[in-house]
Write a protein that binds this ligand. Sequence first.
Ligand SMILES: Nc1nc2c(ncn2[C@@H]2O[C@H](COP(=O)(O)OP(=O)(O)OP(=O)(O)O)[C@@H](O)[C@H]2O)c(=O)[nH]1
Ligand SMILES: [Mg+2]
Length: 334
Amino acid sequence: MSSINFHTKEIAVKIVYYGPGLCGKTTSLQTVYRSLPEADRPNLVSLATEVDRTIFFDFLPVTAYRIRDFKVRLQLYTVPGQVFYNATRKLVLNGVDGVVFVADSQPEMHDSNLESLQNLAENLAELGLESDRVPLVMQFNKRDLARAMPLEEMDRAYNQRHVPVFATVATDGTGLWDALKTVSQMVVNDLIRKGMGQQIKQQEQAHAERKDDAEARRAPTTVAEAVSQAMRGGLWPAGDVARLGDAIVAALEAGQYDAAVLAIQDMLNAEVQRWAVEQGHAPGDALATFLYLRGVPAARYRGLLQAVVAARAGRPVSQAAAMSAFVTALEVMW
Ligand SMILES: Nc1nc2c(ncn2[C@@H]2O[C@H](COP(=O)(O)OP(=O)(O)OP(=O)(O)O)[C@@H](O)[C@H]2O)c(=O)[nH]1
Ligand SMILES: [Mg+2]
């Protein structure tokens, strides 16, 4: 679930490592983790069984690089490869921006690789994503094994979309960063194609114009002058907001600054309410506002809300609902 925060100047993108059981997804993440400079090494969250099979997912947040003056944060997930954990795979895949498909180079894993690719396409389709457009790279992993299938053969068998392929050894790190850099660059390009670049440009332009404007204009010397300058600029949109805006202006002009501050708060509350309702959130809910700012879609927020309501009422909450809530929390906290 990519999100862009103009305030902190950060872009967060979600990248999922996908592939059959034991192909090396968790190992890839662990090795990426170990290769990070110790000073800014974040937490690696792993939910595994005693024998190190992933049961839910692994999660690693990495602050990667800059695009313009935005910091790009990569949220890396692995899914459990075992066939029977499909519900979890789908849950982790929700809101994905880019996929690293990890194929196991051992010949006996051929069918499992194909099955997992098929499963990826099905899950993406069920989540309403076009499986042939989602940014994707492939890691042909375990290249250190003597029995590894030839790369060309694997490419023919798995790479119908002709996406970038990397020969990797997850245990020693060979190829991992190249794969990750490439997929994250593809994700950012995809976001730009979808209009995020335009959004960034517009914000930068608006910012520059505001600066020019302010410099060109003589600085107001009194509150009344400032207010009348603001009014000339058509400060408020129409409707209730304009009415509340007038109240602020009136209070300022009368020198009732406490009343002005309260009126400003009223106006902001009204705006948050309007905005929350428009997004399908419960009005006046600070959590809704926060989640919205972090880019969580209304449908996922409603899911979270339903789980909370059920839990508070002492009704049972499903594992999927709890995991979904957990993934949402990770995405917004990191
Ligand atoms: N020789 C070799 N072994 C590898 C490589 N990558 C992973 N392994 C081993 O393969 C086994 C499984 O690796 P995991 O990373 O746990 O696999 P996974 O894809 O996370 O598996 P699930 O969680 O069950 O889906 C481990 O014993 C790893 O050490 C590699 O490049 N070469
Ligand atoms: Mg794993």
